[in-house]
Design a protein around this ligand. Structure first.
Ligand SMILES: O=C(O)C1=C[C@@H](OP(=O)(O)O)[C@@H](O)[C@H](O)C1
Ligand SMILES: C=C(OP(=O)(O)O)C(=O)O
Length: 462
């Protein structure tokens, strides 16, 4: 059967039988042929914990004045890197039994004094490379930071310069990137600081997370032109407030943190709503419904915006009585329901962009997704990567200064590179639901925030 409509793109045939993904070679082969959807979905998915909440709570637990228990935390590459880094700075992090289906809970015991003389592997995790240097400045001794080859291309200048402005001794090669090292003296004076956080909200979050432990606290002013991902900064402010630290924001782009203790806490980590994006998007492509369990009624996660973003792509969203969230894609593309083109500014929710751009590539009208210039400094240059991979399948996509423009086009199967980026891999999976033979070169990149992705995706399609 050919999925087609008159005005828009035509997709390659869906199989009549269920297709499951296949690793293409033997052990160690990371390739993954994205499964096509042969029928409308009726799936219920439970997702692992939020990366952004887990790594914030780990940092705050390490800086707290008493132990913390993190229930249902994320267990993935990014959280493991954070745990290993904090342990190497002397923080006690113990796995304890929990009821989470995705791994144990974590009991975090702060160090009496953070220890230096260590090297931190940031992998490709923005939260590790931007959140830990201000914390490490409170340690005693040298701390070296490095990461993956591709992490050395991510912007770090603002972290390096802000620490120097706070009086911390930092050694780097002047590129404004990893690797670099700092020499902690056990304390940071703090005070007033101006930074440019246009390239990443994580520069702000990293400083705010440690600021209550600076002798004079912090008055932080963002002076740059753009400030992306505001909800992530609001998440930082909320996680601090939940531990007794008040952050005042007298005007947009200014934050004031008074010095004081950070409380230990027993906290349950919410499911990762940004990682819900590919699953909910699947309902629009395949048709039918996808329900995400445990959708929090109130949250600072930007993934909650999916509830009002997906209707732009033709989805119907409903909050279930048991707290779950369902997206209904009706008949789906196969049943003849088109995905409309969209005009979206995603400056607050850049991490949702790869999934939404994948949907736009399947739409029957033109789309412009803007406000995402800073995605050039994410795991990979996501604007270039999405352009290259969607064009490679026959799509019509153009890079703009701060986003992407897409025109309807007929897509056909072929290779899809993940560029070590979990969200590029899952974007390929979305397109692969409708286009037979999309082969993701490295599905293991999803382990950055969701090692269970292939299994959960298969479960959704079963
Ligand atoms: O603070 C956080 O947890 C994050 C902030 C955002 O970073 P940017 O502001 O660099 O986009 C987001 O994209 C990233 O996935 C997680
Ligand atoms: C940008 C992202 O990650 P990081 O935390 O490494 O910046 C992301 O997960 O989309």
């Amino acid at each position: 059967m050919l999925v087609s409509n008159n005005s828009g793109p035509r997709f390659s045939p869906y199989g009549d039988e269920d297709r499951t993904e296949a690793a293409t070679g033997g052990p160690g082969d990371t390739r993954w042929v994205a499964p096509t959807a042969s029928a409308p979905l009726a799936a219920r998915v439970m997702l692992p914990g939020s990366k952004s909440l887990t790594n914030r709570e780990l940092v705050l637990s390490a800086l707290a004045d008493a132990p913390s228990l993190l229930r249902r935390p994320l267990h993935s590459r990014d959280s493991r890197l954070m745990i290993e880094a904090l342990r190497s700075l002397g923080v006690g992090i113990e796995e304890v039994d929990g009821d989470g289906m995705f791994g144990p809970d974590l009991l975090v015991t702060p160090a009496d004094e953070l220890a230096g003389s260590t090297s931190i592997d940031c992998g490709l995790a923005g939260t590790v490379m931007r959140f830990l240097p201000p914390l490490a400045a409170l340690a005693l001794g040298p701390v070296a930071f490095d990461g993956d080859e591709s992490a050395r291309r991510r912007p770090m200048r603002t972290t390096i310069e802000s620490l120097r402005a706070l009086g911390v001794d930092v050694n780097d090669d002047g590129r404004g990137a990893l690797p670099f090292s700092l020499w902690g003296t056990g304390s940071v004076r703090g005070g007033e600081l101006e930074i440019d956080a246009s390239a990443s909200s994580q520069f702000v979050s990293g400083l705010l997370l440690a600021a209550a432990r600076f002798e004079e606290g912090l008055v932080l002013r963002h002076t740059g032109e753009h400030l992306p991902s505001m909800p992530h900064i609001e998440m930082t402010v909320q996680t601090l407030a939940d531990r007794g630290v008040t952050v005042d924001s007298p005007e947009r782009g200014v934050w004031v943190v008074a010095p004081g203790p950070i409380a230990g806490r027993d906290v349950e980590i919410e499911p990762d709503l940004s990682n819900a994006a590919p699953f909910l998007a699947a309902a629009l492509v395949a048709g039918g419904t996808v329900t995400i369990d445990g959708w929090p009624a109130r949250t600072t996660q930007v993934g909650a915006d999916l509830a009002h973003l997906l209707p732009h792509f033709g989805g119907t969203v409903r909050h279930e009585a048991d707290g779950a969230l369902t997206v209904d894609g009706g008949e789906g593309l196969r049943g003849g329901r088109a995905i409309p083109g969209v005009e979206l500014d995603l400056s607050t929710g850049g991490e949702l962009a790869p999934a939404l751009v994948a949907l736009a590539a399947l739409a029957d009208g033109p789309s412009r997704i803007t406000g995402i210039g800073h995605l050039r400094g994410h795991e990979t240059d996501r604007l270039a990567a999405l352009s290259a991979e969607i064009s490679g399948l026959g799509g019509a996509i153009t890079e703009l200064d701060d986003g992407l423009a897409l025109e309807p086009a007929t897509l056909s199967g072929g290779p899809w590179r993940a560029y070590e980026d979990h969200r590029m891999a899952t974007a390929g999976a979305i397109i692969g639901l409708a286009v037979e033979g999309v082969e993701v070169d490295d599905i293991t990149t999803t382990a950055k925030t969701m090692p269970e992705f292939p299994e959960l995706w298969r479960g959704m399609l079963a």
